[in-house]
Design a protein around this ligand. Structure first.
Ligand SMILES: C[S@@+](CC[C@H](N)C(=O)[O-])C[C@H]1O[C@@H](n2cnc3c(N)ncnc32)[C@H](O)[C@@H]1O
Length: 217
């Protein structure tokens, strides 16, 4: 059994839960705003928890229909896949993301215990529900790997999806797809790396499918 020991820092505006493996969770005590950060060797990224309206603001309307098959790359704790599951789609959506969902769930439980009695418990419960859906193999196909690794390990997912979405996932963190990324310095071409990511993501599409990605800076 894995045990988690957390270091909690609590001030008047935020609750911060730290785990020695390099994960942090930070939630506002007043607003609907929370995120994880992961600082592990070679990884320095933020794992956000955007609501559905934030996806729509960034990507425009996403077609949600019962008979469509979805793949989201870089889901984090975003609402899209859990919301798609709740609409009762016929085939389980796929999540491709290397984030440590078991650890993030334990961190949410810790934050919820510390916030007991406050109105933020409701928000944390929504995030818990999202992670539980993502971890439930009867609801979601979780490929707990980076995009390129997932493409190699799951050839059955090639040309499987009607809709592929990347909302500030690998397109925003293109260095995660490059070997030895921690020593890249200035020697790499970010635009080229994003282009390669988009071509890889398109390989999950069925004929006639659509790829939706956020604008990248
Ligand atoms: C900024 S969060 C976005 C989360 C969610 N889409 C949202 O809009 O709230 C970035 C997510 O992309 C994931 N990610 C980063 N690089 C990735 C890669 N190469 N392959 C798959 N997921 C990746 C991270 O683990 C993280 O969960």
């Amino acid at each position: 059994m894995t045990r988690f020991y957390f270091d909690v820092r609590d001030d008047s505006s935020r609750m911060n839960v730290h785990h020695e493996s390099g994960y942090d969770f930070s939630v506002s005590k007043k607003a609907r705003e929370a995120s994880f950060t992961c600082k592990r060797p070679g990884q320095d990224l933020t794992i956000t928890c955007r609501d559905m309206w934030e996806y729509v603001r960034a990507l425009g309307n996403i077609p949600i229909r019962r008979n469509l098959k979805y793949v989201e790359i870089g889901t984090g704790v975003g609402a899209l896949v859990p919301d798609i599951v709740k609409t009762g789609v016929k085939s389980r959506p796929t999540v491709i993301d290397p984030a440590d969902y078991g650890l993030m769930l334990a961190m949410l439980f810790e934050a919820r215990d510390r916030l007991a009695g406050s109105r933020q418990v409701r928000y944390i419960n929504e995030l818990v529900e999202r992670v539980e859906i993502i971890l439930d193999p009867s609801k979601v196909v979780l490929v707990n790997q980076k995009l390129g690794e997932a493409y190699q390990s799951r050839p059955d997912l090639a040309e499987s999806a009607d809709v592929v979405i990347d909302n500030l996932g690998p397109c925003f963190y293109p260095s995660t797809e490059i070997l030895g990324a921690s020593n890249l310095g200035d020697s790499w071409n970010r635009d080229k790396a994003v282009e390669n990511i988009i071509s890889l993501e398109a390989k999950f599409l069925r004929k006639g499918g659509i790829l939706i990605t956020s604008d990248v800076p």
